[in-house]
Design a protein around this ligand. Structure first.
Ligand code: ZN
Length: 249
């Protein structure tokens, strides 16, 4: 059920059954010329909508904005910053915790949000089980063929599975990555390889790729079928997880 459809009295009653709260968190930011600004927001929101009608599950409205300082300069990339996101998440968890919630699953759609989510959640974790699902990592664990990056086949296919008409594959741009040197090469927008080790390089995405997407899967191969199969695998995992999580206190 959605919390927005309940009265405070109904919520008070529901909380006596030790429900599982679910909270989607996204980001509105560039995903290349072909995929949407809402990519990181629509995917976790969709995943939550597929599991919110399970008995004793209560979904909270999605947080659309996130932390993305490295997309500065691309129109439509809203970086609300670590402190703002930390405070929003902290206050949401604090509120449901004071109301008696003991279980929360956060479904995250964007890597830049991870630090704020984990810090706020850990501080409030006493007497509460707070689960974080980075959906794209989970998909990659479930099946390595899904393992992708920012705006590549993984995310673009997921958006196509949800709202195919919003993706414009005909506008996709081929691009060359600007590496640091011949032997220090980016593997994504932050990690780079040198010899047999990996290091991080802090840069605005604009300095690495002109079009903004970064990933190992070719976005021109994106399709709704692949996206549907991937999202269904994630949804089935979450359904099984929730059944097991219900057994926890
Ligand atoms: Zn994304």
């Amino acid at each position: 059920m959605k919390i927005e459809d309940l009265t405070w009295k109904e919520l008070e009653e529901q909380i006596k059954n030790n429900p599982i709260f679910i909270l989607p968190i996204g980001s509105i930011e560039q995903h290349g010329s072909h995929s949407t600004l809402g990519t990181d927001y629509v995917i976790p929101k969709y995943l939550c909508e597929q599991i919110e009608n399970i008995e004793n599950v209560i979904s909270l409205p999605a947080i659309p904005y996130g932390v993305c300082p490295y997309h500065k300069g691309f129109p439509g990339s809203f970086d609300i910053g670590y402190n703002t996101l930390f405070n929003i998440i902290y206050k949401i968890i604090e509120t449901i915790k004071n109301d008696g919630a003991k279980k929360l699953i956060i479904i995250n759609g964007h890597g830049g949000n991870t630090a704020a989510i984990e810090d706020a959640g850990t501080i409030l974790s006493e007497n509460m089980n707070i689960i974080v699902v980075d959906w794209w990592n989970l998909a990659g664990n479930l099946n390595p063929i899904y393992k992708g990056g920012h705006g590549d086949k993984q995310e673009t296919s997921a958006v196509m599975a949800i709202k195919e008409s919003s993706v414009k594959l005909n506008l996709l741009k081929k691009q060359e990555m600007k590496h640091i040197s011949e032997n220090i090469k980016f593997s994504d927008s932050i990690n780079a390889n040198f010899q047999n080790g990996s290091i991080k390089i802090l840069k605005n995405v604009k300095e690495i790729v002109e079009d903004g997407w970064v990933g190992n899967l070719d976005p021109s191969e994106s399709n709704a079928e692949f996206g549907k199969q991937m999202l269904n695998d994630v949804i089935n995992y979450l359904i099984n997880f929730i059944e097991e999580f219900k057994k926890a206190n």
